[in-house]
Design a protein around this ligand. Structure first.
Ligand code: URP
Ligand code: ZN
Ligand code: ZN
Length: 485
């Protein structure tokens, strides 16, 4: 078997920084140490050798708002690899009354073209006995240990509290982790109708329809329901202080709640929606919307202090033509923005290069924490013997100006257009295959494999032990006083 050696670099993991070479054979790391040799040598002089990024939140070829997101598993994973991301987790979305297993078959068919490894979260978009039963098969046979709940998108993907609570309880039984899109969908629907009735139909009104309170309330509600169900909780695209506050408070009380800010919310703000160019504003319409600088500061502080756990993209890219479906009403603009290629360079530039994050914290929030939360560590998210050789050789001096003209994503614009980033992959390896070499794309369609994720044991077991211990119990009494005394 041929071997590849990454030579002369500094290994940076979530907890260590040290000089060593890395030898790869059969797609996995087989040796780490000084002066290693191999058939192919990749020069890492002046570079950091880090676990490849994991993006836990992407939507490739997503059926949404009357169309499909434009990047598929081929272009999406190619964009990821170009920016140092070696694994993505997409969302399987069953249609109304569709079987979870049937939907999963559809997602399996789409993902065959992936150039990097991937996994799925399963969405719970309704509640009935079949869903209850199928959740077990999804966890135990299909290798999916996370279930997504949309508290918004009323009339489409949204679930109500009773459905969500039932699903959370089922997750607790199965050793699965529930995820929530936390926005109060009823309030959003009501505010949307009011704004439109008042003639407020431009893209900026999308942001007016979902203020931070809408997100803060739903985040807090989901946390309380998860606590009552005795299950940990993962809150996707945490964008504001109100939601972060709820997560922070819960964690301080000992609850296992994970918050996921997006690179877009960390680096872009609400002023984008005031742009006089309709297309410019509409291209940035997503839920939750971009916020102000105070919210951004809160998110950065959360990453620094550990109250927020991971940085994702929610990559859900629509072309300008698709965004124009909403020319007469913001409610018809497909929600979503891209970011897969830019997450790691943007976070390095605005996080590590500014001193907000250490290199080790960068690795933690882009890869290792995610691998641990999703239960794929140390196969993924680690530089260890036996781990998959999903690695990025990161050149901290390499620069570029982000531009739609040179991006891998198939859409015609980039929300980070014109941003200068410093820190880019010299090489990106997916299970040992060098997919990116100095900006040259060498991805292989179909190389990506589904990553099974086994049910959680430790956290769910600890929680259910505690829940049993503190469960309400009938007080046994020796005698009951006679009535009327
Ligand atoms: N975030 C967004 O606007 N679009 C993708 C779907 C979702 O995550 O809510
Ligand atoms: Zn969402
Ligand atoms: Zn999403």
């Amino acid at each position: 078997m041929t071997t590849t050696v990454i030579k002369g670099g500094t290994i940076v993991t979530a907890d260590l920084t040290y000089k060593a070479d890395v030898r790869i054979e059969g797609g996995v790391i087989v040796e780490i140490g000084p002066d290693l040799s191999g058939d192919t040598v990749l020069d890492a002089t002046g570079c950091y050798v880090m676990p490849g990024g994991i993006d836990p939140h992407v939507h490739l070829e997503m059926p949404f708002m009357g169309t499909y997101s434009a990047d598929d598993f081929e272009s999406g994973t190619r964009a990821g690899l170009a920016g140092g991301t070696t694994m993505v987790v997409d969302f399987c979305l069953p249609g109304p009354d569709q079987s979870l297993l049937e939907a999963l078959q559809m997602w399996d068919n789409k993902s065959g073209r992936a150039t990097a490894d991937y996994s799925f979260h399963m969405a719970i978009t309704g509640w009935n006995e079949r869903i209850f039963d199928e959740m077990k098969t999804v966890v135990q046979d299909k290798g999916i240990n996370t279930f997504k709940h949309f508290m918004a998108y009323k009339g489409a993907l949204m679930v109500n509290d009773d459905e969500m609570f039932a699903s959370f309880q089922r997750c607790a039984e199965l050793g699965a982790l529930p995820l929530v899109h936390a926005e109060n969908g009823d309030v959003v629907a009501s505010m949307t109708a009011k704004l439109l009735a008042e003639g407020n139909n431009g893209p900026e009104a999308h942001a007016y329809s979902r203020p931070p309170e809408v997100e803060g309330e739903a985040t807090n509600r989901a946390i309380m329901l998860a606590d009552m169900a005795g299950v940990p909780l993962y809150v996707v695209h945490t964008s504001c202080e109100q939601a972060h506050e709820a997560i922070r408070r819960a964690r301080q009380k000992g609850m296992r709640v994970y918050g996921e800010p997006l690179i877009q919310h960390l680096t872009l703000d609400e002023s984008e929606y005031s742009n006089p160019d309709w297309d410019h504003a509409a291209r940035r319409v997503m839920s939750p919307p971009f916020r102000n600088k105070q919210h951004q500061d809160s998110l950065w502080a959360g990453l620094q202090s550990g109250s927020l756990s991971v940085v994702a993209t929610d990559h859900c890219a629509f072309t300008t033509e698709q965004k124009r479906f909403g020319l007469d009403s913001f409610a018809k603009i497909p929600n979503g923005t891209g970011g897969l290629e830019d997450r790691m360079p943007m976070l390095w530039t605005y996080g590590v290069a500014t001193g907000r994050l250490t290199m080790n914290e960068f690795v933690a929030v882009t890869s290792t924490n995610i691998a641990k939360i999703l239960n794929v560590y140390p196969k993924k998210g680690a530089v260890l013997v036996g781990a998959d050789a999903d690695l990025v050789v990161w050149d901290p001096k390499r620069t570029k100006t982000i531009s739609a003209k040179t991006q891998q994503s198939s859409i015609d614009y980039n929300v980070f257009e014109g941003k200068e980033v410093t820190g880019l992959p010299r090489y990106t390896l997916t299970r040992g295959h060098v997919a990116i070499e100095e900006g040259t794309i060498k991805t292989r369609e179909g190389h990506g494999k589904f990553v099974r994720r086994e049910p959680f044991t430790a956290v769910n077991k600890a929680l259910s032990t505690w829940k049993d211990l503190v469960a309400p119990r009938k007080v046994e009494r020796s005698g009951i006083p006679a009535t009327g005394v």
